[in-house]
Each structure stands twice: as structure tokens, then as C-alpha cells.
Design a protein around this ligand. Structure first.
Ligand SMILES: [Mg+2]
Length: 173
């Protein structure tokens, strides 16, 4: 079950302690898209999100959108946020991680993944050995495939809770 436990748990992307991440030696943050940065069916980015990305970039953190969604969706949002992106990355599998590591010469210890799903984002981070950061999903809407994952996720949350391993809503760094 440990593979489903995030290293860090925050309410939303706005609540993550980015200074703390920098102090931990994190240089590059991979961001899940749907339900982490914005609701799954939304095509517009909020002013709040645009401003946030702008501000956080000043911290010299390298942000990359790392999404299982299609090129069309990911590229559209990435251009609006002026972020680099990778699509169809097949989380929780290793996917396109090595491409990024090769391109920028990061160590795994210098990278983090932020996402809203245990079965994709957190499992991916823990498997490949980068810092896994869980946030609550922005909306209750999910894409069709995610709906299936959510049912499995529900059972995992229950199991983690029963074993005193993780409590929803109890945030930690
Ligand atoms: Mg997501």
C-alpha cells in the first residue's frame, strides 16, 4: 500500500509550499492537467491560474505539464499558460520521464509530480522515485476512464485509512 502514499499532501496547487520544495532540492515540477490545474472539461484558464504560474516561475522552478490527456487538449492549455508540455504520458508507467531527464539532465531527486489521483500521479511518482505530491481534485467531474480509476481509488483510500497510513483532508509536507 505504501506505493499509494504521497510524499506530500496539499489541498490544491495554491497550497503547496514551493519554497519548501526548493529547499528540498526540487528543480522541476511535473503537473498533471485534469482536475489538478483545471477541471477536466474546461478549456479556459482562470486569471488566478495564469497569475499563479507567472509568480511561481519567478522562483526559478521549472514547470512542465505532464498529462495522460490528448495532444489537442494539453497543447491548448499549455499555450495559454506558456508552459512546456508532454501528453499521452501513460502515468503510472515511466512514459516520457526519461525524455525529460535526458533533455534537462535532472536527477530524480530534483523532480516532483503534482496530481489528483493515487492510481496515476502518486503511483507514478513513487514508482519512478520522484517526489509525489497529491492535491484534491478540483471538481467531481472526471473523464470516462478516470471514473473507473476513481472507484478503485476509493477502495485504496479506505484501506489506507484503515491501516492508519493516510487520512483524507489531513495535509502534510
Ligand atoms: Mg488528474
Amino acid at each position: 500500500m505504501e506505493k499509494y502514499i504521497p510524499d506530500i499532501y496539499a489541498k490544491s496547487i495554491y497550497d503547496i509550499n514551493y519554497e519548501g520544495l526548493i529547499n528540498r532540492g526540487i528543480k522541476c515540477i511535473l503537473f498533471d492537467l485534469d482536475n489538478t490545474l483545471l477541471p477536466p472539461k474546461t478549456k479556459e484558464v482562470s486569471k488566478k491560474l495564469v497569475e499563479f504560474i507567472k509568480q511561481i516561475k519567478k522562483n526559478k522552478l521549472h514547470f512542465i505539464i505532464y498529462s495522460n490527456s490528448s495532444k489537442k487538449r494539453v497543447a491548448n492549455i499549455a499555450s495559454k499558460l506558456d508552459l512546456e508540455y508532454f501528453y499521452y504520458v501513460w502515468k503510472p508507467y515511466r512514459g516520457k520521464l526519461d525524455k525529460i531527464i535526458k533533455k534537462y539532465e535532472y536527477n530524480q531527486s530534483e523532480m516532483a509530480i503534482v496530481g489528483d489521483q493515487l492510481l496515476t500521479d502518486v503511483l507514478f511518482g513513487n514508482r519512478v522515485g520522484i517526489t509525489s505530491i497529491l492535491v484534491n481534485p478540483i471538481s467531481v467531474n472526471d473523464r470516462a476512464f478516470t471514473k473507473f480509476n476513481r472507484m478503485r481509488e476509493k477502495r485504496i483510500y479506505k484501506k489506507l485509512y484503515k491501516n492508519n497510513l493516510f487520512v483524507k483532508g489531513k495535509y502534510y509536507e
